[in-house]
Design a protein around this ligand. Structure first.
Ligand code: ZN
Length: 123
């Protein structure tokens, strides 16, 4: 199991990434008409685990997927499944977590996913 101070470290990395992403989204608002400013949460909005309701907002595309990944990772820190591969149940290497704390699968399973996707595209 991961130590509490390690979890805290990853939690801080995730919160920083999340905040940075929201700030970036704000900057693109003026140029991107597909985004409505009312859809954007405040940087001070509660994060998962700090409010009883899962935090939801309407954003499209890559940014949304990324923030959802981060939120999921934050929930996993709270429920104790953070750092465990969703697919095979093995611990995810700490170097990989440091680079991408939002990840939910180990390198081996990630590669398998990618291979599967490549095969689908090849059809
Ligand atoms: Zn795995």
């Amino acid at each position: 199991m991961m130590k509490p101070e390690e979890l805290e470290k990853f939690r801080n990395i995730l919160l920083q990434k999340r905040k940075r992403m929201l700030v970036n989204l704000r900057h693109t608002l003026n140029t991107d008409m597909t985004l409505n400013s009312a859809d954007l949460p405040d940087e001070t909005d509660p994060v998962p685990g700090e409010c009883p309701q899962p935090f939801k907002f309407r954003l499209r595309g890559r940014e949304r997927a990324f923030i959802e990944k981060i939120d999921k990772a934050l929930i996993r820190i709270i429920d104790g499944s953070f750092g465990i591969c969703e697919d095979c149940g093995e611990p995810i290497h700490s170097k990989r977590l440091e680079a991408r704390p939002e990840t939910t699968v180990c390198v081996r399973c990630k590669e398998e996913h990618e291979l599967r996707e490549e095969r689908q595209f090849a059809k």
